[in-house]
Write a protein that binds this ligand. Structure first.
Ligand SMILES: [Zn+2]
Length: 148
């Protein structure tokens, strides 16, 4: 068999559609012929590219992306909920111990108490302000996601 005949069979060889004898012949030729090996490599490349395109066209893929998006959103939502609950619990217990062990402690003078109190109130305002900015940015990101 010459190269031309082999090349006619290469696509079938690639897809595993040849019968046993033909397959043997082609693989035997490929072992000895670098040109036909290169031709087969070229076919493999083409198949890879077209295979990828088909893969992307599958509606299943689209749905998977869709569910992944929803899953990601749920995950992020849960993250926010748990983080917020944790932060609230920490703030409440922190405030409780701060009041009990610091502000209610008669050994601590009034002046530093005012200082610490002012610091906490100031920090609280900053936190609320930053948090509101984050929420605003978050909503805008979600809007962008919808637009895309
Ligand atoms: Zn050849």
């Amino acid at each position: 068999m010459n190269c031309e005949q082999i090349r006619e069979l290469l696509a079938g060889y690639q897809d595993g559609e040849l019968d046993g004898a033909q397959h043997e012949m082609v693989s035997g030729h490929l072992e000895e012929c670098a040109d036909c090996r290169a031709e087969l490599a070229q076919l493999d490349k083409v198949k890879e590219v077209t295979g990828k395109v088909k893969y992307n066209d599958l509606p299943l893929e689209v749905w998977e992306g869709y569910w992944q998006g929803i899953y990601r959103r749920i995950e992020r939502g849960l993250g926010w909920i748990f983080a917020s609950v944790g932060a609230v619990i920490m703030l409440i217990t922190g405030a409780y111990y701060l009041v009990k062990d610091y502000f209610m402690d008669p050994a601590v003078a009034l002046f530093p108490k005012i200082g610490v109190g002012a610091l906490i109130i100031g920090g609280g305002f900053l936190l609320v302000s930053v948090g509101r900015e984050r929420i605003f940015a978050h909503n805008r990101d979600r809007y962008k996601e919808v637009q895309r």
